[in-house]
Design a protein. Sequence first.
Length: 160
Amino acid sequence: MNLLKYKTVLNLLLIFSVFSILFAFYVEYVLGHKPCNLCLLQRLPYIVTIILIILVTIFRNLQRLAFLLLSLFFLAGTLLSLYHVGIEQDLISESFVCGDNIDTSITDKTEILKQLENKAVSCKNVTFTIIGVSLATINTFISLIIAIITISIFIGYEKK
């Protein structure tokens, strides 16, 4: 694979990552589906991808390292999404990331109401699906595919 093809793959990843983040914002702010904490964490590989690819366009000699970092971030994203799917399917119990963060020692009713408004969404509750499939499930497959692609490019990377 020549350097032009590497750049094409990076550009496609950039476009896909921007689309993914915009879609997540659309679902959250336009459609009104509040994400759980794991959903928010699953956005990180896409945000890192955008930042990393912008840096690679400035520092072109970091392209191979970028593919390594992208593969690591998307492998982590795959594991995080798989964990989230396990919680959704009731195979794994929710962790502290998903749980209630309500302080039960507060006695002031306005403080209690304020905490209830900011209560984290349960990671078990699937509030948005595409063709009956949760976004965590879709993200598991997408992250895995991107991880495989970036790992294979990193391993087979040709230097100038």
